[in-house]
Design a protein around this ligand. Structure first.
Ligand code: SF4
Ligand code: SF4
Length: 386
C-alpha cells in the first residue's frame, strides 16, 4: 500500500493519551494465544494485538488501523477479555487529530453521510404526543423505500403517535476517527429530539443502533425487529418453495442476543427453519463494510465476504442490515433483507424484491420524504438543519 493512498500509523505519529494507555494494557494482557489471529486477515498481516502494541510502544511499527474492520470479533473470542478493536479505533482517532483524512477514497462515504443530514434528505416528523420515533437510517430508505414505509406502518399500529426521522447517525465519521465532528452532529440531533419530548428510538440499521446505544444518553434504543417480534402483526407465510435458510447477524449487534433472538422468532413465525453458520450470534463476522475498509483496502474487506460465502454455501442468507445485504450480494451470496421478507415474502424468496442502486437511492429517499410529509401534514415537523 502506498503511503500517499492512506496515511499509516507510523513512527512519526507520537502515541499519546488513551491510545498509549491501551497499548500498554494490550501488551501486558495479551497472551499471544492467536485465537483472534486465526480468525482475522488484518491480524494475520500485522500479528497478535499484544505484538502490535509492543511494536507501537517501541516506535517501530507501520501498522495501518484503517485496515481493521472494527468488527470486534477479536474481542468476542479473546480469552483474556481484552478489546483490540477499540484499540484500533483509538489509533484512528489519533491519526485524525491532524484532521486530515488519510485517503481521498473516503470522500464518497463522507459525501453520502453529509447528504443524509442535508436539508434535502433529512426530515423530522413528530406528531403531537410523540415520544417514540422510527429512525430507519440512510441505506434502507434509499434501497427499499416501500419496505421502510411498510415497517413504519406496522410499527404505528402498535405505537399510534410514532414519529419518523430521516437523518444520518454519522457512524462513518465515528468509525473513521473523526470524533469531534461526529459528536458535534450527533449530539445536536440527540439533544434536539430530547427537547421535543422524544425518549425512545426504534432503528432498522445495526450501525444506528450502536451509535444510539453508545451516545444516545436520555434515549432508549430498540430495533424494529424486536418490536415486530413482540406485537401481533399479520405475518404472511411464504407459499413458494425455498431451500435452506441461514442468518447473517450484523457485527455491530454481536453482543445483542435479544435482537438476534427476535429475528429468529420472526423467521420461525414465518415458518422458516434456520440453519446456523459457524460464525453467528456473538461470533458473527463482518460483511466487508465495517470500518469503511472497502474504500481503501477492498482486498482486505473482501476476505470477510469470502468466508461468509463459504459458510453459507447454497443456503439463502437472511440479514437485518441493508449495508450487509449489499456487501454480501457483492460477494456473490444469495441474500434477502428481513424487511423485504416481512413485506413480501414471495418476492423476497424468489429473488424479486426491488433493491435500488445509486443514484436511484437518492431519488427514493426524496420520494419517501414527500410521501411522509403528505401523510403527516397535520403533524409538527422540523428540519434539523437550515
Ligand atoms: S476488530 Fe475485526 S478486523 Fe479488527 S482486529 Fe478485531 S477481528 Fe480483526
Ligand atoms: S485472543 Fe486475546 S490474548 Fe489471544 S492473541 Fe488475541 S488479543 Fe491476545
Amino acid at each position: 500500500m502506498k503511503k500517499s493512498e492512506t496515511s499509516l500509523f507510523c513512527a512519526d505519529t507520537k502515541m499519546k493519551g488513551a491510545v498509549y494507555h491501551q497499548a500498554e494494557i494490550l501488551h501486558q494482557k495479551c497472551t499471544r494465544c492467536q485465537a483472534c489471529v486465526s480468525q482475522c486477515a488484518f491480524l494475520q498481516k500485522y500479528g497478535a494485538p499484544g505484538d502490535i502494541a509492543a511494536s507501537l510502544l517501541a516506535g517501530d511499527s507501520t501498522i495501518d488501523p484503517f485496515a481493521c474492520s472494527l468488527c470486534n470479533l477479536c474481542t468476542a473470542v479473546c480469552p483474556a477479555q481484552i478489546a483490540p478493536g477499540a484499540f484500533f479505533l483509538e489509533m484512528r482517532r489519533q491519526v485524525m487529530t491532524r484532521d486530515k483524512l488519510p485517503s481521498k477514497r473516503y470522500n464518497p462515504i463522507l459525501k453520502y453521510e453529509r447528504r443524509g443530514s442535508s436539508r434535502l434528505f433529512s426530515w423530522y416528523g413528530l406528531p403531537t404526543g410523540c415520544d417514540t420515533v422510527f429512525f430507519p437510517g440512510c441505506t434502507l430508505p434509499g434501497t427499499r423505500p416501500e419496505t421502510t414505509w411498510s415497517i413504519y406502518q406496522q410499527l404505528k399500529k402498535d405505537i399510534p403517535h410514532l414519529g419518523m426521522v430521516l437523518d444520518c447517525c454519522h457512524k462513518p465519521s465515528h468509525d473513521l476517527g473523526r470524533q469531534h465532528y461526529f459528536l458535534t452532529w450527533f449530539e445536536d440531533m440527540r439533544d434536539w429530539l430530547i427537547r421535543q419530548g422524544v425518549r425512545h428510538i426504534i432503528v432498522a440499521c445495526p450501525n444506528c443502533y450502536k451509535i444510539f446505544q453508545g451516545y444516545g444518553q436520555g434515549l432508549t434504543v430498540r430495533t424494529a425487529w424486536e418490536v415486530l417480534a413482540e406485537i401481533k402483526i399479520e405475518f404472511t407465510y411464504p407459499t413458494v418453495p425455498h431451500g435452506r435458510i441461514t442468518v447473517h447477524d450484523p457485527c455491530p449487534l454481536r453482543d445483542h442476543q435479544d435482537v438476534q433472538q427476535a429475528v429468529r422468532t420472526i423467521l420461525l413465525r414465518l415458518g422458516l427453519k434456520v440453519r446456523e453458520m459457524r460464525h453467528s450470534g456473538k461470533n458473527t463476522i463482518c460483511c466487508g463494510e465495517g470500518g469503511s475498509v472497502d474504500c481503501v483496502n477492498p482486498d482486505m474487506a473482501g476476505k470477510w465476504g469470502a468466508i461468509r460465502k463459504l459458510e453459507a454455501g447454497r443456503d439463502l442468507v437472511i440479514t437485518y442490515c441493508a449495508g450487509c445485504a449489499g456487501f454480501l450480494a457483492k460477494a456473490g451470496i444469495k441474500v434477502v433483507h428481513l424487511g423485504d421478507l416481512l413485506v413480501n415474502p414471495e418476492k423476497a424468496l424468489t429473488g424479486k424484491a426491488s433493491v435500488a442502486k445509486t443514484p436511484r437511492t437518492y431519488l427514493n429517499r426524496i420520494s419517501l420524504k414527500r410521501r411522509l410529509q403528505k401523510a403527516m401534514k397535520t403533524y409538527h415537523e422540523k428540519f434539523r438543519h437550515g
